[in-house]
Design a protein around this ligand. Structure first.
Ligand code: HEM
Length: 369
């Protein structure tokens, strides 16, 4: 089973082959914390993340090696489980740089100009309890217990410095980042991730995902920007739509995932004829309709129980990485006439700057301080 290094030029969890499970968490810094608190938190998170991603407890004494008279360092539920491909990806939200209390951490001048809350989009119905946050952690693993263990222990380590604002579990990845991964399916039953940016496409990653050395600000070089959107899917309504209409809405066929203009899953769609509706999702989202814009998608399905009408509270926890938040904003605006919108409701939203990977011996985000 895979174990990915936490240290490296880029953070793991972006091009890493998409794991099966997600636990995503957003945090707010506690009132009256200062720069030293933030730096020590990032150092402590780095140490714990570097261990947990290798299948180890959060500290050397861990779950059972410490004093019997004190609560253990590690909560213990991952004992005996392998690393399970765990990646921990850490991000900085707009509010970390400056909020109502001013520039508490002395980093306001370093805020990337594009790191601001996303604009309102048509059809947004955002729940503040599933939106925003000063810090985020994306934990992905092939075992859900390992992903939850990571978020639980990182939240615990944050005690007194940052507190959990909201979190989201996800399963059944809705994207792929390597050609070897079979394209998974979302809860509409369609293949998702066919036209994604793949890990071996360095030219596309450099053009569309990684912040370049020539981009501003310099400390973001090698990083990326993460957009999270919790998108509720009205699956009971969708399930009453006839198959041909479902295909029309997506612009691909449900079985093979081929574009309706013909071919197989990996055939490029041909928009010159009328086979693909003018407002089909793949047409509106396609780079040809958006000045060549591409993003790296890494979302997950979610089901958060059900509502009192007996409908599943289900959807897609959309995660995308891009070199500039403008890429997402352009695409999301283009999708305002998407035929799929009748079956969607955007209920959560967040944006974070994802710094470059930490160097061994240093800590995540060190170049900001
Ligand atoms: C493609 C579903 C939201 C951007 C696709 C495909 C499906 C799909 C089935 C075709 C297969 C593929 O290439 O992956 C969904 C569902 C969504 C959703 C169910 C919401 C619940 C979004 C959002 C964006 C987006 C919010 C960006 C703002 C894209 C892009 C493509 C795509 C860029 C590839 C287009 C291409 O190059 O052919 N999506 N999507 N999608 N989607 Fe979505």
């Amino acid at each position: 089973l895979a174990a990915y290094d936490f240290f490296g030029g880029h953070q793991a969890g972006i091009t890493t082959p998409v794991q099966d499970h997600l636990h995503f968490a957003s945090f707010d810094m506690m009132p009256r914390t200062d720069r030293d608190d933030l730096v020590s938190l990032l150092q402590d998170w780095t140490y714990a993340a570097s261990r947990m991603t290798q299948g180890l407890d959060v500290s050397a004494t861990g779950a059972v090696g410490g004093s019997a008279e004190e609560p253990p360092d590690d909560t213990g539920e991952a004992q005996g489980l392998p690393a399970s491909g765990l990646t921990i990806t850490i991000g900085f939200g707009p509010g970390l740089f400056e909020n109502e209390d001013g520039d508490r951490y002395g980093i306001a001048a370093s805020r990337p100009a594009a790191l601001v809350r996303l604009p309102a989009f048509l059809g947004d119905d955002l729940d503040p309890q599933a939106s925003h946050g000063d810090l985020c952690i994306q934990a992905c693993a092939d075992d859900p217990q390992v992903a939850v263990h990571a978020i639980r222990n990182l939240s615990r380590i944050a005690f007194g410095r940052a507190r959990l604002r909201w979190s989201q579990l996800g399963f059944g990845k809705t994207s792929r980042t390597t050609a070897a991964q079979a394209t998974p399916r979302n809860l509409f039953g369609f293949k998702d991730g066919t036209a994604n940016i793949l890990a071996d496409d360095t030219a596309a990653l450099d053009a569309h995902v990684w912040v370049a050395d020539s981009d501003e600000p310099a400390w973001m070089a090698g990083g990326s920007y993460l957009v999270a959107r919790k998108i509720a899917m009205l699956i009971e309504t969708w399930d009453r739509v006839r198959l041909s209409e479902q295909d029309t809405i997506i612009g691909r066929d449900k079985g093979e995932g081929a574009p309706l203009s013909g071919g197989t899953e990996l055939t490029e769609p041909d928009f010159s004829g009328s086979a693909i509706d003018a407002n089909a999702h793949v047409r509106l989202a396609h780079p040809d309709q958006n000045d060549g814009i591409r993003i790296l998608r890494r979302g997950y399905n979610y089901v958060d129980g059900n509502n009192d009408l007996g409908r599943l509270d289900a959807g897609l926890f959309f995660l995308s990485y891009q070199r500039d938040p403008a890429q997402f904003i352009t695409l999301q605006r283009r999708l305002s006439t998407d035929l799929m919108n009748e079956y969607l409701r955007h209920v959560g939203s967040g944006i974070w700057a994802i710094p470059r990977g930490a160097t061994a011996g240093s800590y995540i985000g060190a170049e900001l301080f």
